[in-house]
Design a protein around this ligand. Structure first.
Ligand code: SAH
Length: 344
């Protein structure tokens, strides 16, 4: 059992950090949540799975970027964590029907760790598709770049720190009478005001890689996820069989995530001189891109499905559903590219 393996690590090391725990729970080669067949049933529904309109609008958004990039002969399109591949299928259908030069220019790379999801993604149809387990395995090219990540960064291991009375603490997992327990472990002296924050080393590495590629190749990175723009403490959560759960129960059976720190991503991009738009709420982004008109067209074509279509529209955009917790950020080069959808 994965719980025993986690305990064994703690026996050996005294304690492990929150990110080490997440790494084990999500990515243990046999028992980690993202490595097992069963986790495919998913513990939640993502935006592209709620409605085809989500991926379609991103396809239309990308078409505008493609034209702004000068209709290149080749464009390297990377999706991080495509899940069941739904977003990419809707995206490619729009590219194919709306603007064939984009469809033909695409060289598609899918970054996926889950073996069964990888298998599902083979149903995405495009003449140039490559698979990679990590973005760093995708070679850089001279072609402009588009990178899309929906609900990818929330799945990356994250640590939690607190500074109190000039002492830095890190959230660790310890054993208390053989029971797993979180504890704020003193790390070192650290001068400064009392404060707490999350930090994801994995996110920083990938964002640095993305920014360096954008500087070399030009293009855009679109990040959609639930998250915050200014610190809000500790956000680790577990979802088990569709219900919120204790992260220390059902290890390897629960989806563990943290909210994404959008200001951290934005600051890396700005420090490298890239253009940044957002974060803007998902509701505003989709509304700016014309979600209402697209749903109206679908309702006209399928009047019997009006109620379901209205419900999907509301799930994607209503502030009490995905509309305001989910946010959208674009990073781009050249900084004059100015993607659509971010006007407030
Ligand atoms: N984008 C999809 C799925 C989101 S779930 C959607 O919107 O429906 C997160 C996705 O990222 C899954 O496909 C998961 O297998 C993948 N993933 C999680 N951690 C990963 C990692 N470290 N490397 C590559 N893929 C990862």
């Amino acid at each position: 059992m994965l719980e025993e393996i986690v305990k064994q690590y703690i026996h050996e090391k005294g304690s492990i950090s929150q990110s080490q725990f997440m790494e084990l729970a999500l990515h243990h080669p046999e028992l980690g949540y993202y490595r097992k067949q069963e986790s495919i049933s998913r513990d939640f529904t993502t935006a592209p799975e709620i409605s085809q309109v989500f991926g379609e609008l991103i396809g239309a958004w990308a078409t505008d970027i493609f034209v702004k990039l000068g209709n290149p002969n080749e464009i390297s399109l990377i999706e991080l964590g495509p899940g069941k591949g739904t977003l990419m299928k809707d995206f490619l259908r729009v590219a194919h029907n709306l603007y064939p030069p984009l469809f033909q220019a695409i060289d598609l790379s899918l970054v996926e760790i889950h073996p069964e999801l990888k298998a599902l993604q083979t149903s995405i149809h495009h003449p140039n598709i490559h698979f990679a387990e990590r973005m760093e395995d995708i070679p850089q090219t001279k072609a402009p770049l588009m990178i899309i990540a929906n609900e990818f960064f929330d799945a990356l291991p994250t640590d939690y720190f607190m500074r109190q009375e000039n002492q830095l603490f890190e959230r660790h997992l310890i054993l208390e009478q053989d029971q797993l327990q979180f504890s704020m472990t003193p790390i070192e002296e650290d001068q400064g005001p009392d404060h707490s924050w999350e930090y994801s080393e994995s996110t920083h590495k990938i964002i640095n890689d993305i920014c360096d590629r954008l500087l070399q190749q030009t293009g855009v990175f679109l990040c959609i996820d639930y998250g915050y723009e200014s610190g809000q403490g500790e956000t680790l959560q577990a979802i088990n069989k569709g219900e919120y759960s204790n992260p220390l129960l059902h290890i390897g059976e629960s989806d563990l995530t943290c909210h994404v720190d959008f200001s951290a991503i934005k600051n890396i991009a700005l420090s490298k001189g890239l253009g940044v738009s957002g974060p803007i709420s998902q509701g505003s982004f989709l509304t700016n891109l014309g979600i209402e008109a697209r749903f109206n067209a679908l309702k006209n074509q399928n009047p019997t499905q009006t109620a379901q279509l209205n419900a999907a529209h509301s799930r994607l955009t209503h502030p009490q559903q995905m509309g305001s917790l989910f946010k959208v950020l674009a990073v781009y080069s050249p900084s004059t590219l100015l993607p659509e959808g971010f006007q407030t």
